[in-house]
Design a protein around this ligand. Structure first.
Ligand code: ADP
Length: 250
């Protein structure tokens, strides 16, 4: 039915910081299995919106729904249980552990803590190890699985962040600028991963690379000064005069 038609929804979300309104009456509706990009100039409120979706920030007013269920009062860890995951940050990778060990930790966070509390060796966590193997294949890091995270290129580290987010099998994936800081040589691997994820997950991403966004997104929402300027398929956004004006600042 129509209730199931939305994986993630924001209804009239407003967020104030003191007297400043960073988001005003923002409504978004994201269909399951689509890739939805949020774009907009600096200061538009993209990060604030993202943090409200992940549960890091509460809205001042309005609602967030995950699969039709209210989520705006749920903290980040409860949203993970609802199937929502955000990509890890390079800064939270374990640089001295191997790529495989990083993903395994992400896959079995809870199981691993249980194993440690029972003084069982971590090696017995077969499920986490198996899941790590699957995810590394999926993101194309299988060939560097035994390297230390610190030895990866920046682009590979960004892929590892996504792999760690995918490890616990979320249905909804939130990606904050997946290609930021990447050299041109690293971007194709991320673009191809994003295109593949778009078929299997609901993805919401903030992204500055406009050409890539136009190629991989099913829908794009343009945020300007804390409001939704427009929302639609890439072809529509590309030809939108107001969008161009917002970016040119005229
Ligand atoms: P974007 O990610 O699009 O650049 P942000 O969501 O980071 O935009 O910021 C939107 C506006 O909200 C900016 O003007 C920013 O200064 C303000 N803002 C964001 N977070 C805070 C905060 N914690 N306290 C005060 N102002 C904030």
């Amino acid at each position: 039915g129509t209730r199931d038609a939305t994986a993630l929804e924001m209804v009239g979300v407003t967020r104030r910081f003191g007297g400043f309104t960073a988001l005003e009456e923002v409504s978004l509706s994201i269909a399951p299995g689509t890739l939805h990009a949020i774009i907009g100039p600096n200061g538009a409120g993209k990060t604030t919106l993202f943090n409200i979706l992940t549960g890091r920030l509460r809205p001042t007013a309005g609602r967030v729904l995950v699969n039709g269920r209210p989520a705006h009062q749920s903290p980040e860890h409860r949203r993970v249980a609802m199937g929502v995951a955000r990509s890890f940050q390079v800064t939270s990778l374990f640089q001295d552990l191997t790529v495989r060990e990083n993903v395994r930790l992400a896959a079995s966070g809870r199981r691993l803590r249980r194993a440690l509390s029972m003084w069982r060796p971590v090696e017995h966590d077969h499920a986490g190890l198996a899941r790590a193997g699957e995810v590394l294949d999926q993101v194309g890091l299988d060939r560097v699985a035994e390297r230390r995270a610190a030895e990866l290129s920046h682009g590979q580290q960004r892929l590892l962040e996504v792999a760690m987010a995918l490890a616990p099998r979320p249905r909804i994936l939130l990606l904050d600028e997946p290609t930021s800081g990447m050299g041109v040589d690293d971007i194709p691997a991320m673009e191809s991963l994003l295109a593949r994820l778009a078929g299997t997950h609901t993805v919401v991403m903030i992204e500055h690379n406009m050409a890539l966004t136009m190629r991989v997104a099913d829908r794009i929402t343009v945020l300007v000064s804390g409001r939704v300027l427009t929302s639609g398929p890439p072809e529509q956004i590309q030809s939108d005069v107001e969008v161009r004006r917002a970016y040119l600042g005229g």
